[in-house]
Design a protein around this ligand. Sequence first.
Ligand SMILES: [Zn+2]
Length: 407
Amino acid sequence: MNYNYRYRLRPSDAHLEQLTWTVDTCRQVYNHFLHRLNRTDDTSAYSEQKLLPSLKKWWDDLKDVHSKVLQKVVQRLYDNLSTLRGRKENGYRVGTLKWKAPGEYRSFTYSQSGFKLKNTSGRTRLWLSKIGEIPLTFHRDLPNDVEIKTVTVKQEPTGKWYAVLGVETPDDPSEKPENPERCVGIDVGILKYAHDTDGNAVESLDLSDERERLERAQRDLSRKEHGSANWQKQRKVVAERHAELKNKRRDFLHKLSNYYAREYDLVTVEDLDAKGLVELPGNSRNRAGAAWGTFLRMLEYKCEREGTHFVAVDPAGTTKECASCGVSTDKPLWVREHSCPACGFKADRDANAAWNILSRGIKKRLGAGHSESTPVETALPVDTPVSAKRVVETGSPHLKREPSGER
Ligand SMILES: [Zn+2]
């Protein structure tokens, strides 16, 4: 299994100069190979990487960049190329790969060699070949017995530097029981962030303070003279406000997805690709869609990590269908309660949807033969509204559980 661990680097001024120089040299190498790509037939990452040693004969700077880092630059160009081709095949209108200007290229990657994580007298440092030993804030441990495969060094638009360690754990996690006992269905929504079949109704995260701070910073920026020293300074502030907003949201999603992946044997959600987001007006549809996508991706890989079964089901009709008798009733978005005209079953709209999601998930997982008992036949829990803040503070929708900062 592969995971990424991200740490803040604390470079000295001398390191900073080296890091900036290395990024820029890599950017030039990228542009060099892009130029060749546009003018030479039948090139590949492999064939181009083989040219690197001879390039060093006249391009002296390259001797001061680790060879694997240079190979990765070429790889990155060809990865971008195949992404672009993939999009084209899928019917997207795409341009060509663009020359990278300074500021548009912000990272470089070591793979297999040229780096080492050191711990001397309680201080953790990352040794990077041709650059040196950079202290880093080791805010969380790596799992035992892992091998670091790659190190990506990256400067965020805020100006801060980070190291992303790509690690591989030796064995697959223990799979949870083949016949899952603790099962949950989760409905992601607009008014509430998530509603699950155990009665947790997690509210959306309140980001209005952060949004306001961002907007204020952007207004300040627009009042500064474009390109001036103050403008440059303010631009960093704007980038920091952006990062604040993003980090707060990610933190919330990490904690919520961790909770579900750890607590349950089977987690069922709606397949977002198939989910018609037509109920929503354009802008909020895109925003909600993006946030749900992030959540579901996190949930999926965390389930994989924990050995939890993850099932995405067809979302068609999950809000309309009655979780008790299966009869469909039209229900506009503003109708918050499910009240079945056929069987009289009453539930919160999203709770009803979550039950449908869970029973579809169980059917899909166990096959049609095992679907005699639908979950709703067991007692319905009383729905508990949970503020997103509680998830952020305790790491779960429950107050009693141990807080967990791990991701
Ligand atoms: Zn019914």
